[in-house]
Write a protein that binds this ligand. Structure first.
Ligand SMILES: [Ca+2]
Length: 286
């Protein structure tokens, strides 16, 4: 039951956080610094204006106010963009091939420019690489990826709702499962999100008759960003409906790590198991 409830809450959280992300994405580059600048500078202008215009009784209430809002924030917002949304290009750190195995667009460094993220295999080792919208590139070896799998970049999901997307990748798996990993940009580098023991993190999604494993992503909202790993094991194949033992393992995202939280086990019917998404991660397809 925890799993079902967890999922519906997850869906709500995703919706909420995406809405919050949309709001903050629009507001973020302009609000903080410009408001401060806008409050400081207009006061001076208003003061000088009111001094010069003091004899006139009609103008002061409207003219200084309009001038303060329209002119000053505009100039300071241009300065702000120069600092925060147009960082200098990165070095060309990736050895990019002409034929990536997969490619998606996502803003991984949060500068407002789309970046191109690809997967490619070199000498039987898979790499994820990014070409930044501002220029330059970086790559990262996926050494735990199956060299015989078709490693794909699934897309970006902004877990922390900070404008920089984390990138989900399918890195291979077993006969019935796919393993999903996450990377993010840090400055001009790519890094792999890891478990607490620093091993590269991967989550399983897939199903056989006896086993079902699912991944649910939850972006930051009222609660912390997390990835929930569900596992269902068939315990009564004679029952109608089939009965599965469920294990729910949530991992919160803290810094660059997935930190295991307490989960619960319970018994679910096949219908309840089916209601939990095998891969429910910000609309990304597996
Ligand atoms: Ca970008």
């Amino acid at each position: 039951m925890t799993g079902i409830r967890g999922r519906s809450v997850s869906a709500m959280l995703i919706g909420f956080a995406l809405a919050a992300a949309a709001c903050s994405a629009g507001a973020e580059p302009v609000v903080g610094a410009q408001d401060d600048a806008g409050e400081g500078s207009p006061t001076t202008e208003a003061a000088t204006t009111s001094l010069t215009q003091a004899p006139t009784t009609e103008a002061p209430p409207t003219a200084p106010t309009t001038g303060a809002i329209t002119t000053l924030p505009t100039s300071s917002s241009i300065e702000g963009q120069a600092e925060t949304t147009v960082p200098p290009p990165c070095p060309n750190g990736a050895n990019l091939s002409d034929q990536p195995a997969s490619s998606i667009d996502a803003d991984v460094d949060g500068d407002g420019l789309a970046d191109v993220v690809v997967t490619e295999k070199r000498n039987d080792v898979w790499f994820v690489a990014v070409t930044f919208g501002r220029g330059g590139s970086a790559d990262l070896g996926l050494f735990d990826a199956d060299p015989f799998a078709n490693v794909q970049v699934l897309g970006g999901i902004d877990f922390s709702a900070d404008g920089s997307a984390e990138v989900a990748l399918s890195i291979g798996g077993g006969a019935y499962t796919q393993s999903v990993a996450f990377v993010r940009a840090r400055g001009c580098q790519l890094l792999r999100l890891a478990f607490e023991d620093s091993s590269p993190a991967a989550f399983l999604s897939g199903a056989s008759i006896a086993n079902v494993v699912g991944v649910v992503c939850v972006v930051a909202g009222p609660g912390p960003a997390r990835v929930e790993q569900y596992e269902f094991v068939l315990i009564d194949g004679a029952a109608d409906p089939l009965l599965y033992e469920s294990v729910y393992r949530p991992y919160t995202i803290e810094g660059d790590f997935f930190v295991r939280q307490d989960g619960e086990g319970t018994v679910l019917s096949a219908e309840e198991v089916a209601a939990v998404g095998l891969f429910d991660c910000g609309g990304l397809g597996l």
